[in-house]
Design a protein around this ligand. Structure first.
Ligand code: GDP
Ligand code: IMO
Ligand code: MG
Length: 432
């Protein structure tokens, strides 16, 4: 039985939350393996809309065990705000498990995120301000606090002290902020200890045992390929491994246990924050995509930058993640366009690039080479099989499949849980 990974194939907000939710009824565990509350997933169930940040989208499916893996950074106060809001709406989060090795976003990480951005000025990343970068920096610097540390108060205080020694120099001498005390950090974190105790465990063991029993585990990536710290548009990226490899390191499940990797792509492109985006539109077509697609961030409310589908990026995502399938979302948003431009390659100073330029300046200078595909005017939100789509919409999907180098196994035609066309079995085992 499969281990299935879901990753974003663009710059995030492709509809990963909905895809996880759709598959949720067929899986036993949903694991978030990277990122933190910088993510924002909107899931629409009937007339109810849920916005999730830190919790895996599987939390909305009864019977599924949601897991926060070791690769995630956890803001504990946000965790409980989100849990309590779900309980109020009748969702039962009692099965949630959290890795004892997941790192904690300490209160000073949020402060440092915001002051660093301010000091970067025009070089800023446009972060979500949730303390993600500083929390991962502490992890890599071996100065981080882990969930398991909460249950050894002396160890926790000792680690906070070690971390603050350096932070306070920075905060006071460089950023002109007040110093933070060990007590205030320890008190804030320790207030959650009793509530956390039943959730925090060795989740790698739990997941591997589930796979041994033949159960299905879905690994849900936050952010996306182009925001991955290694493979994205560095330095305009997030601080974690958002690509498929991150599913293994971020959960403690080996790569041999992963059977399929599903990439989620929008039928166009969006990006939040700074950094290059070759197909970005600055005209009324960009406004059209933003308004019809409701492209406003789930986490920060920022308007997303919008542009046409970029097949260079889709091919890159297929390669970096070893994608077995693509889920194409938001096809309905393109309804009503006479022609739909699709970027098939880049032009950089007169040179054609079929693959992503690895040079930061070349990528920043890339202009899209477009092919133009005919559009459709029919409402497609009621389509439930590929044949229900108008011929030109079918042709658009087939053209995207070809130039993206990966089969398209499902097509989103609206935000609702049932507004999807499933073309192939998404939980297939490669080669079966
Ligand atoms: P995520 O971060 O990848 O989970 O994506 P977000 O939830 O941030 O953004 C995707 C948005 O698109 C959400 O508001 C979804 O409800 C919505 N959505 C997902 N799939 C479709 C679709 O096929 N059509 C339309 N119109 N909306 C969709
Ligand atoms: P989901 O999971 C879109 C972007 C931020 C910023 C950069 C770094 O909903 O797809 P960070 O706070 O992570 O240090 O910010 O990454 N970013 C996202 N953009 N969707 C997300 O998550 C994002 N998470 C971070 O806008 O440019
Ligand atoms: Mg999102």
């Amino acid at each position: 039985m499969p281990g299935v990974v879901i990753v974003g194939a663009q710059w995030g907000d492709e509809g990963k939350g909905k895809a996880t939710d759709v598959l949720g009824s067929r899986v036993d565990y949903v694991v978030k393996f990277n990122g933190g509350n910088n993510a924002g997933h909107t899931v629409v169930i009937g007339d109810q809309k849920f916005a999730l940040h830190l919790l895996p989208s599987g939390i909305l499916t009864p019977g599924v065990t949601p897991v926060i893996g070791n690769g995630v950074v956890v803001d504990i106060s946000v965790l409980f705000t989100e849990i309590d809001a779900l309980i109020e709406r009748g969702v039962d989060p009692s099965k949630l498990l959290i890795s004892n090795a997941a790192h904690i976003i300490a209160p000073y990480a949020r402060t440092l995120d915001n002051v660093t951005e301010r000091f970067l000025g025009k070089r800023k990343i446009g972060t979500t301000g949730r303390g993600i970068g500083p929390a991962y920096a502490d992890k890599i610097n071996r100065l981080g606090l882990r969930m398991g540390d909460l249950f050894d108060e002396q160890l926790l205080r000792d680690k906070i002290e070690g971390s603050l020694e350096q932070k306070n120099h920075l905060l006071v001498k460089v950023y002109n902020r007040r110093a933070i005390t060990v007590d205030e950090v320890a008190d804030e974190l320790l207030q959650y200890r009793d509530r956390l105790e039943p959730m925090v465990t060795d989740t790698s063991l739990v997941l591997n045992q589930a796979l041994d029993r033949g159960e299905t585990v879905l690994f849900e990536g936050g952010q996306a390929t182009m925001l991955d710290v290694d493979h994205g548009t560095y330095p305009f990226v997030t601080s974690s491994s958002a690509t498929a490899g991150g599913a293994s390191t971020g959960s403690g499940v080996g790569p041999t246990r992963i059977d399929s990797v599903i990439g989620i792509v929008k039928a166009y492109t969006t990006r939040v924050g700074e950094g290059p985006m070759p197909t970005e539109l600055f005209d009324e077509m960009g406004d059209f995509l933003a308004e019809v697609g409701h492209e406003y961030g789930t986490t920060t409310g920022r308007r997303r930058r919008c542009g046409w589908y970029d097949a260079v990026i889709a091919r890159y995502a297929a390669r970096i993640n070893g994608l077995t399938d693509l889920v194409l979302t938001k096809l309905d948003v393109l309804t009503g366009l006479e022609q739909i431009p699709v970027c098939v390659a880049y032009d950089v100073d007169g040179v054609r690039y079929e693959e992503l330029p690895q040079d930061q300046a070349a990528f920043a200078a890339a202009t899209p080479v477009y092919e133009y595909l005919p559009g459709w005017t029919e409402d497609i939100s009621g389509a439930r099989s590929f044949e229900d789509l108008p011929q030109t919409a079918q042709d658009y999907v087939m053209a995207l499949e070809k130039i993206s180098n990966c089969r398209i196994s499902a097509i989103g035609v609206g935000p609702g849980r049932d507004e999807i066309i499933v073309n192939h079995d998404l939980l297939h085992v490669r080669g079966a």
